[in-house]
Design a protein around this ligand. Structure first.
Ligand code: ZN
Length: 268
């Protein structure tokens, strides 16, 4: 099978497989990249996992995930900062050049305050990211997650934080699941590319009806997202990164994972 150098799979997509199985399956399927979720590394020697991935010619695209910066207390924010520092060290040990940030939100705390804490939180860990050369990709999340998962819900909001921090290591992970509905999407993707901060492109689909707000994402083509259209917007910026398949789906996790992987390869 010819290797699709632009196809990357997030380990969470095939959650039933431990990373040792996933890496063999992805490599055998000709997949070029892998994004590693931190829970897949639990109990492992992270540097060895990195070596094992590279020995299978899997490019490590990113580590998922850091973030969750906002908190009502200074102690909570300090703990979040420490976890993000740990994520940066883990990325460095793994050999991942980038961390995806799910930025966080606190129910009842004004979103503007959470956004400020997010910008401050990223600024605080930037020196360590610089030390290791790790890029930090802010992933805007769909507004249905604005209560407790992210106060950054649009590309424009993510771009505003990037503008504020104005740092080459701070950019955006554009995930179709979160941004497909945005009337300003084309313009925002164009601006993001122009400012050299389109760091990642995540793919899945939106199911109708969606039965679970977290774990009912679709395989590309199963849902209603204009994937071709969004991919054209991304490619028009000169983006040469990976098409990263990130599907949380109880339905697919309970299916045969070999068959699922074959469907993914066929869908992209
Ligand atoms: Zn994503």
């Amino acid at each position: 099978m010819t290797r699709d150098s632009k196809l990357c799979i997030h380990t969470i997509t095939t959650k039933p497989w431990p990373i040792e199985v996933a890496m063999d399956k992805y490599a055998a399927a000709g997949i070029g990249g892998i994004t590693v979720w931190r829970q897949a590394l639990e109990g492992r020697d992270i540097a060895k996992v990195g070596d094992d991935l590279r020995s299978r010619d899997l490019e490590i695209v990113s580590l998922c995930r850091g973030g969750f910066f906002p908190n009502k207390t200074p102690e909570g924010r300090a703990a979040a900062s420490e976890d993000n520092r740990l994520a940066i060290r883990e990325a460095a040990a793994l050999g991942a050049p980038m961390i995806v940030l799910v930025c966080g939100a606190v129910p009842g705390q004004p979103l503007a305050e959470s956004r400020k804490q997010i910008a401050d939180g990223i600024a605080a860990v930037l020196p360590l990211a610089e030390e290791h050369g790790i890029r930090l990709a802010i992933e805007p999340l769909h507004p249905m997650y604005a209560d407790d998962r992210s106060a950054v819900n649009t590309m424009a909001s993510a771009n505003a934080i990037c503008d504020l921090l104005d740092h080459p290591l701070v950019g955006i992970a554009a995930d179709v699941y979160h941004i497909w509905w945005d009337p300003d999407l084309a313009e925002q993707i164009r601006i993001t590319g122009e400012k050299d901060r389109l760091f990642a492109f995540h793919l899945c689909d939106w199911m109708t009806p969606t039965t679970d707000l977290l774990n009912d994402r679709g395989l590309m083509g199963e849902g209603c997202i204009d994937l071709k259209g969004i991919r054209a917007m991304v490619e028009a910026t000169g983006f040469t990164g990976f098409n990263e398949v990130e599907i949380f789906s109880k339905r697919w996790w309970s299916a045969d994972q070999d068959e699922f992987l074959a469907r993914i390869v066929g869908a992209i």
